[in-house]
Write a protein that binds this ligand. Sequence first.
Ligand code: HEC
Ligand code: HEC
Length: 511
Amino acid sequence: MRYTISGLATLGVLAFSASTAAAAPNVEALAALGKQVFFDEISLPPRQSCASCHAPENGFTAASALVNLTTVAVPGANPHTIGNRKPPSAQYAASSPNLNGGFFGPNCSDAPFGLFCFGGVFWDGRATGTKIGQEVFEGDAALAAAYSGFLGPLADQALGPFANDVEQNVPPGNTELPGAEAVCKAVAKARYAPLFKLAWGHKPNCGPATADLEFKRIAVAISAFEHSPEMNSFSSLRDIALANDADGKFPLDDFTDEENLGHELFYNNVDRGGAGCANCHNGGPNPFIIFLPPDFLPEQNPLARGEEPDQVYTDNSFHNIGLPPNPQAANFDPSNPDLGLGGFTGVPGHDGDFRTPTLRNVDMRKHRFFPKAYMHNGYFKSLEQVVHFYNTATSKPTCNLSGASAAYAIANNCWPQAEVTPVLPLTGLVGDLGLTSQEEAALVAYLKTLTDTEVVQKPKPYNPGHGGHDDDGHGNGHGNGHGNGHGNGHGNGHGNGHGNGHGHGHGGHGH
Ligand code: HEC
Ligand code: HEC
């Protein structure tokens, strides 16, 4: 367990300090609150939670096979409403900075092309990270020091879904932030309400004057959950094999030859026989920027070669990879294409640019044959299709059938025209990689090593009898949960055919 829980003494003092926000910071209580809210069906009618669209056992994407194969967007709590994009994973997004223009300064809209913009969350970066500021701490320096790291894009994002009528649909209310009063009241009367007080030092006050502030604090709690070790367990076969490797470098002793080949292809550029995936799916302290034309592709970021323990497989930047339209996606309108970042910033050079998603848990699914949808419009239904597209998007002829599905296109050896024609050339990055079918399969095998062995579990109902009064945890199963997670994870690893030896040394993982 990484967090320590404030002990009896502090809580005793709190009991006397009435309503002023003199809380001892309690990051674990804050994250536990966020987790409870994430799984709580705070919606109208009360049937939808964040987890309805971000299901842990499916890599925090949609839990419905039918949805993934058809509309890709999940209907809202009011089932007659629906958005137009596929839910991305809510995991491993904590490293995304506030949306900025990189080289071009603080404003993404000052950058001519999306690949110079970084950060934010949502496919188009519009949760920029500036909606919630220090006001939530009301001058309490200790809280500010402990919780400021949770402000930013994820906290901003968490304000959105509740009152969105294609999502949780709670009444907007009369305060500045839609849904503030409804969400505040739901938390105030929830069984887990004591966690709010543990984290913030007072009970939620949902009157019109304070509801916005309390709602922001709930959003910060959701962000704290999304920043927690539980949501960023780095427990995939890749992580375990890397940690156990004799020299700590690829090729890994515990990988199959195919998986090691997949890694090589992922990190090497096309001119060296690779697939160049790491040009975009690569984080690290010095995010890689592609300068075009492609002959100027620099060497890869030496600080991000794939051996970093905390690699999240995204540059947090925006690219148009020439994706075909998905006419089956809800609200698809051929005369009104989804412009992604360009639709948000209004900069023409950003049209069709979407934020590079993490590839962690890209293959996590509730059972082996469960279909997932990939990309913002869910056009692809398997990783094999995705990789075949990257390999051949521009080397195959255009399909005659407009609106062809990926399965149709592959069967007919063609690809549809891009929904939004890329402004920048993709030579050497997407479309004509020259991979053999064995190499395509190796890339897929590598992507499958990025599935965490620890699956986030739905929280147990909060039990005040066990929570917050001593050092035994919050009745939330943190200690036990992690212990079990390790055991199960290993079982899964073996089940996936990765042989023996994944268990070694995992005790040092740090929970
Ligand atoms: C009805 C389905 C639905 C519900 C409910 C929902 N989401 Fe989402 N979520 C989505 C979709 C769709 C997107 C992408 C939207 C876009 O990019 O325009 C998204 C995006 C996100 C992202 C951005 C991830 C990234 O890397 O860009 C996070 C984080 C997230 N949701 C968390 C939450 C939280 C927290 C809640 C509950 C308060 C929630 N979601 C409720 C469908 C849903
Ligand atoms: C030019 C940058 C770039 C390169 C190179 C690139 N990707 Fe991507 N990748 C993206 C972006 C951007 C998206 C999201 C596109 C969208 O939804 O419109 C994406 C999406 C994906 C997805 C879907 C993930 C999800 O959750 O839906 C997978 C899988 C993927 N890429 C794998 C790869 C592999 C494997 C390679 C190498 C063969 C590769 N990518 C090369 C930028 C890139």
